[in-house]
Design a protein around this ligand. Structure first.
Ligand SMILES: *Cc1c(COP(=O)(O)O)cnc(C)c1O
Length: 438
């Protein structure tokens, strides 16, 4: 499998464990996550089950805030709801002071339901509908990142009709290659996102002249899972040039939304260096007197979640297949992006026995329903439990019920206690809202 998310050779089980301080191995309890035995969670709630760690989410939020503060950056974190919009997780980040970055009315209302103030929400996306914009404006949304001239005109009409001023930023497409997977890059001229730099000055002036709009600045978001500060440096330098250009034209530019995309280590490698990232921000846009926003999703929740699964059976053809009770219906990233996820057994003994290559797959009737190819794993007989690592972002959020598979349960571990935050869907629930005509 072409592997776009780890660099270098695949790490062994011990290295995966060592790179994740929130995981530990207990002789009798096996693999523990933030001090909670994962086997006990699987016993109590069944599998597949999502397990999230509140402590690790808080630690990551604070580490990013500290890195930004160390560079004296007036930056506010807007958590990207699409990474994982569970109310318990939104509530956790709200308590830490985060706002939200949303890409639909549904996500805006989710953030509101979790108590995030409407004016602390930024709304991005290439295709916001009239109904969505109207509802968000009426509810007092903080900022709308506009991605086209067409949207700007629509927004002006809606805001005027409602008698409100929409605070807008123009999303600039900086034409920068984020060096990430083609399906998660967004800042290239050929991508559907944002407004070409050449069109920004005229459109910004136009926005300032339209009724119902208050342009406050620019937004940049170049992609996801970015591991080097270099593409950020290029994009932010282009953003800084544009800010200076707009100001020279007499425009008011007070805010810059720096987007998300902070990459994490899916293997044993480190994620994006936060100190280097913050230094890049300082160097490129720090001297412009701008109010800054960052929109991390994956960085905050990715490593702080895992998917527990049971082995249904091991099948031997020319290869060894480990068939799990979890599938692409839970964790779609390997099928969608050829993403690499670490897989650890839960039994302590399994960390010191011989390993051999195995394909780890789900039971869904699609060849794409595969988590790993030729992964070095111990013998995993039926009933054995495994953890799919770094599944806290773009995991449950992308779940489906394909093959009539009910949605998995989810559990939040906090200070040594595990609490159910989503019950497992019942099979009958799958058709509960379907209507038989006649
Ligand atoms: C998806 C998205 C984010 C979050 O991206 P991550 O890679 O999860 O940090 C931030 N901003 C916008 C506009 C997005 O679309």
């Amino acid at each position: 499998m072409a592997d776009m998310t780890i660099t270098g050779p695949a790490p062994d089980l011990a290295s995966l464990l060592k790179a994740r301080p929130f995981l530990s191995l207990d002789e009798t309890d096996g693999l523990c996550f933030e001090g909670v035995s994962l086997k006990s969670i699987a016993m109590q709630y069944g599998t597949p089950v999502w397990v999230y760690g509140a402590g690790e989410m808080r630690r990551r939020y604070r580490a990013l805030n500290a890195a930004l503060a160390a560079q004296d950056l007036p930056a506010h974190i807007h958590y990207a709801v699409k990474a994982n919009g569970h109310l318990a997780i939104l509530d956790l980040f709200r308590r830490l002071g985060a706002g939200a970055d949303v890409v639909s009315l549904g996500e805006f209302l989710r953030a509101r339901r979790a108590g995030i103030a409407p004016d602390d929400v930024v709304y991005s996306g290439v295709g916001k509908s009239e109904a969505e914009l109207k509802a968000a404006l009426a509810a007092g949304i903080g900022q709308i990142n506009v991605e086209s001239a067409e949207e700007l005109a629509m927004l002006s009409g809606i805001a005027s009709g409602l008698g409100v001023q929409a605070t807008v930023a123009l999303r600039m497409n900086p034409d920068v290659d984020a060096g990430t997977h083609a399906k998660i890059t967004t800042g290239l001229a050929e991508n559907k996102f944002g407004i070409a730099a050449a069109d920004i000055p005229a459109l910004y002036a136009h926005a300032a002249s339209l009724p119902g709009l208050r342009p406050v600045g620019l937004a940049l978001h170049i992609g996801s899972q970015i591991l080097s500060p270099t593409p950020y440096a290029t994009a932010y330098a282009k953003g800084a040039d544009m800010v200076r250009h707009l100001r020279a034209q007499g425009q008011n530019v007070e805010a810059l939304d720096l987007g998300g995309g902070i990459g994490i280590g899916y293997g044993a490698e480190p994620g994006l260096d936060l100190a280097a990232y913050a230094a890049t921000i300082r160097r490129t846009v720090g001297g412009l007197g701008l109010r800054l926003m960052v929109e991390p999703g994956r960085y905050l929740t990715g490593p702080a979640g895992l998917l527990l699964a049971s082995v249904i059976l091991q099948k031997h053809t020319q290869k060894r297949f480990v068939v799990l009770d979890a599938a692409m219906t839970e964790l779609m990233r390997p099928a969608l992006y050829e993403a690499w996820h670490g897989i650890l057994p839960l039994d302590a003994a399994d960390f010191s026995v011989p390993v051999s290559p195995a394909d780890v797959v789900g039971p869904v009737c699609e060849s794409a329903d595969s988590f790993a190819e030729n992964r070095a794993l111990p013998d995993l007989p039926p009933g054995r439990l495994v953890a799919l690592l770094d599944a806290g972002a773009y995991g449950a959020e992308m779940s489906s019920t394909y093959n009539a598979r009910p949605r998995a349960a989810s559990v939040l571990a906090d200070a040594g206690t595990a609490r159910l935050i989503t019950p497992r869907q019942s099979i009958e629930d799958l058709w509960a809202d379907e209507i038989l005509p006649g």
